[in-house]
Write a protein that binds this ligand. Sequence first.
Ligand SMILES: O=C(O)c1ccccc1N[C@@H]1O[C@H](COP(=O)(O)O)[C@@H](O)[C@H]1O
Length: 249
Amino acid sequence: MSEFNKTPRLVLLPAVDVAGGKAVRLTKGEAGTETNYGDPIDAAVDWADQGAEWIHLVDLDAAFGRGSNGGILKKAIRQVRGRVNIELSGGIRDDESLEHALAIGAKRINLGTAALENPEWAASVIAQYGEAIAVGLDVRGTTLAARGWTKDGGDLWQVMDRLEEAGAARYVVTDVTKDGTLQGPNLELLRQVMDRTHRPVVASGGISNLDDIAALRELVPLGLEGAIVGKALYAGAFTLPEALDVASH
Ligand SMILES: O=C(O)c1ccccc1N[C@@H]1O[C@H](COP(=O)(O)O)[C@@H](O)[C@H]1O
């Protein structure tokens, strides 16, 4: 196949979710389901060493509104600066937290709760920062989830209409019921979201094996730009180099 008709690669974003100063994975985002994977700075450096181009870095305590891992996130970003782009999320809900996130070196901010609860502010920062703002659409069925995924945040399609109007640059779509379960991504949900936008979409939740990555890569022509990989990498289901290979061939 020539370079011209090859499917473009799928960008993979290893996740580093931080709670209580540790890299953890949750099941379906539920507090108390943490599996501990050690030092988040080591994890970030490890993914950078293994070829990650992006890391999806999450302050879970900030997302749940119960604390902050700000110092650790800053150190992690500093350690991989110049090698890896950081997509930062969790608790970024006002000018101060957004400006701080950008100041410590995040290339992209993922807004969850704020995009649901504060539409005017979300529209204003989407207009101001453009590509630096992604919106996280964290859903159960077609109901969005906010505040550490503990509160309903409205209807996915209605909120998407508003975000499209606001000019959101990119969506990060998480099926909360799949996240951390190793049950495979929700391909149908991704297709439905991509049907409603021309903006790039990043998939999150459920990847369990290399076949899932191959299936997601098939969606690249429909608008899927990337996929966040969490538990499968930490559990050793495959290595990041193996996944990057599947994502690009
Ligand atoms: O990633 C998780 O497991 C997770 C679990 C529970 C809540 C949030 C989680 N992840 C990230 O947090 C943002 C939302 O943060 P906020 O609502 O803007 O404060 C979400 O998009 C995920 O990236």
